[in-house]
Design a protein around this ligand. Structure first.
Ligand SMILES: Cc1cc2nc3c(=O)[nH]c(=O)nc-3n(C[C@H](O)[C@H](O)[C@H](O)COP(=O)(O)OP(=O)(O)OC[C@H]3O[C@@H](n4cnc5c(N)ncnc54)[C@H](O)[C@@H]3O)c2cc1C
Length: 182
């Protein structure tokens, strides 16, 4: 890097959960968090072949143990962004009760680790993709609402098509000024 001024034909801000803080004047989401727990279950067939599961009605989801990380169990509730989980980590009581009912063999499994997932959530849980209203060569991309990883190949390819002018961005992802009154 040097101190010279550099000009670009196109500038893309795809900075994840930092996006709302850098562009507070635009409705491009807000940082949110969610805590994932990894349970020890050596005796269970919860390895790479185990299916991921999502219980929308009970707001819980998880995946089998991958790369020795333990079985992932996540209460689908929002936590403060960027705040590490309590140490030592312990699964909330409601999640333990859920496991006792749905996955009895995991009910007493010790927690190996926990981590806070920080992401950007939007009002409608849609992605964000649009030109900055005051700078037409500046694009903002983000608003993953916690689903950016699995959607990355398709979303990334679509974003490239938009940036290269091959297609127009769908209005559902548009940027707009943030409302000043509630
Ligand atoms: C623990 C955890 C678990 C998750 N689990 C899942 C899951 O199971 N499924 C799923 O689909 N998604 C999951 N997610 C969410 C997923 O990771 C995000 O949706 C995705 O990473 C968002 O992609 P992004 O490229 O928009 O942002 P990021 O991946 O956050 O990338 C943004 C990049 O911008 C850089 N940056 C930030 N500020 C600046 C700046 N001012 N200047 C320059 N660079 C900057 C950052 O360093 C980073 O490299 C999880 C996230 C976490 C943290």
């Amino acid at each position: 890097m040097d101190d010279a001024e550099h000009r670009a034909d196109l500038t893309v801000w795809a900075v994840g959960a930092a996006l709302p803080g850098i562009f507070p004047e635009l409705a491009c989401g807000r940082p949110a968090g969610q805590v994932s727990y990894y349970l020890d279950s050596p005796a269970l067939p919860c390895g790479p072949g185990a299916p991921a599961w999502l219980d929308l009605g009970r707001a819980m989801y998880g995946i089998g143990a991958l790369s020795g990380a333990g079985v992932k169990v996540v209460p689908d509730v929002e936590a403060p962004p960027g705040v590490p989980p309590a140490s030592p980590p312990e699964l909330p009581g409601a999640a333990r009760a859920y496991l006792r009912q749905r996955f009895p063999a995991l009910a007493g499994a010790p927690v190996l680790a926990a981590e806070t997932c920080t992401y950007t959530t939007t009002e409608n849980e849609e992605f964000v993709l649009g030109r900055h209203p005051a700078a037409p060569t500046v694009w903002l991309v983000g608003g993953d609402s916690g689903h950016g990883f699995k959607n990355a190949p398709a979303w990334g390819s679509y974003v490239c098509d938009v940036l290269e002018g091959k297609t127009s961005p769908h209005p559902r992802w548009r940027l707009r000024p943030r409302a000043t009154t509630r």
